[in-house]
Design a protein around this ligand. Structure first.
Ligand SMILES: [Zn+2]
Ligand SMILES: [Zn+2]
Length: 308
C-alpha cells in the first residue's frame, strides 16, 4: 500500500496522454546503467488538474490543461533555484525513477492515470497547442530550444542541427522561428525532404565527403541532437564551423508560449495506452521508425473504471 505524504505545493492531475522520450526507453531497458523497474515511465505528460494543494501555484485551477516535464520537485532555496534555474536545482526530484525524500515513494510518470507534481512545475498549455503536440515539447522540445537561447541564436545566426529525430525535428523548427538560417546535418540524405519541410534551407550529408567539403567553414553554431556522443562522431563536424564557432552537445534533457506563437508542431504518431501498443511504440522509438515522437493516448479507455 502506497502512502503519500501531501506536500502542499503539489497539484494532482489526471493524465490525458504522455509521449515517449529517449530516456524513458533507457530507464525501461536498463541501458542507462540499471533497470528501474517497476516504474511507470513517461515525463512529457499532459492532463487536467483534479486537485490543487493549498500552497500550490495560485495560477492553476481545477480543470486547467497542464503539462509536466522531467521535474517533480525543486527546493526553491538552493543557489540554482534562487537564480531562476529550477531545472538545475541541486535537490531536484525527477518525474520518474527518483524518490520523494518526504515519503520515500518512487516517483512514477505519465504512463499512469493520475500524476502528482509541484504546482510550479505544471505549466498551463496555451489554447492553440493541440494536446498531442504539446506533450513532446515538455522535455524533448525544451531540450532542443534551451541551447538555442543560451547561445543567442538569432536571425543573423547560421546554425547546424545534427540529427533529424525526436529532439532534432523540433530544434529545426525552433531555430527557424528564431530567424536563423538552418542547416541540417545527417549521415545520409534519407531525411532531407523532412528537414526542408521542417524549415531547414541547407542539408549536409556527413557521410559524404563532397557534401562536407561544400559546407566547410559555414556555420556559427552546431547543435548536436543525435544519440552518438563519441569523439569520432563529433570531431569531423568541427570543419563545418566558422572561426570562433561553437558546438553544443545535448544528448540527455518554458517556453510553451513561444511554441504556440510560432506554430511549432512536433510530428507525432499516436498509440493507445495498453501493454501491447506501449511495447510497439517503444520498439518504434528505439529503432527510429517513428516520425518523430510517439504519443500514448486513449487513457480513459484503458483506465475505464479506475478511481477518477
Ligand atoms: Zn526526456
Ligand atoms: Zn533548488
Amino acid at each position: 500500500m502506497i502512502k503519500y505524504i501531501l506536500i502542499y505545493y503539489e497539484t494532482n492531475f489526471k493524465a490525458n496522454l504522455t509521449s515517449i522520450c529517449g530516456s524513458d526507453i533507457h530507464a525501461a531497458n536498463g541501458s542507462s546503467g540499471r533497470h528501474y523497474a517497476p516504474v511507470a515511465v513517461g515525463h512529457e505528460i499532459v492532463g487536467k488538474v483534479v486537485k490543487v494543494g493549498c500552497k500550490a501555484s495560485s495560477k492553476l485551477k481545477l480543470g486547467d490543461r497542464v503539462g509536466v516535464g522531467a521535474r517533480y520537485f525543486y527546493c526553491k532555496n538552493c543557489d540554482a533555484c534562487k537564480r531562476g534555474l529550477k531545472n538545475n536545482c541541486l535537490k531536484c526530484i525527477g518525474t520518474i525513477f527518483d524518490v520523494d525524500k518526504g515519503s520515500g515513494v518512487s516517483t512514477q510518470g505519465g504512463d499512469a492515470f493520475h500524476n502528482r507534481n509541484d504546482g510550479d512545475l505544471a505549466f498551463q498549455i496555451p489554447k492553440s497547442l493541440e494536446t498531442n503536440e504539446a506533450a513532446p515539447l515538455l522535455c524533448g522540445g525544451i531540450t532542443g530550444f534551451a541551447p538555442l537561447l543560451d547561445n543567442n541564436v538569432t536571425k543573423v545566426t547560421k546554425i547546424g542541427i545534427v540529427g533529424v529525430g525526436g529532439i532534432g525535428h523540433m530544434a529545426i523548427q525552433f531555430a527557424k522561428a528564431l530567424g536563423a538560417e538552418v542547416t541540417t546535418i545527417s549521415r545520409t540524405r534519407s531525411k532531407e525532404e523532412d528537414a526542408k519541410k521542417l524549415g531547414a534551407t541547407r542539408f549536409v550529408a556527413s557521410g559524404d565527403p563532397e557534401s562536407m567539403k561544400e559546407h566547410k567553414g559555414t556555420l556559427d553554431n552546431i547543435l548536436n541532437t543525435s544519440s552518438s556522443l563519441s569523439q569520432s562522431a563529433i570531431e569531423p563536424l568541427v570543419v563545418l564551423l566558422r572561426p570562433s564557432g561553437t558546438i553544443v552537445v545535448i544528448s540527455t534533457p518554458f517556453k510553451l508560449n513561444f511554441a504556440a506563437e510560432h506554430n511549432i508542431k512536433p510530428w507525432v504518431a499516436t498509440f493507445d495506452i495498453n501493454e501491447k501498443d506501449l511495447c510497439e511504440a517503444r520498439v518504434h522509438v528505439e529503432s527510429s521508425k517513428v516520425r518523430y515522437r510517439a504519443v500514448m493516448t486513449a487513457f480513459d479507455k484503458f483506465f475505464a473504471g479506475s478511481r477518477q
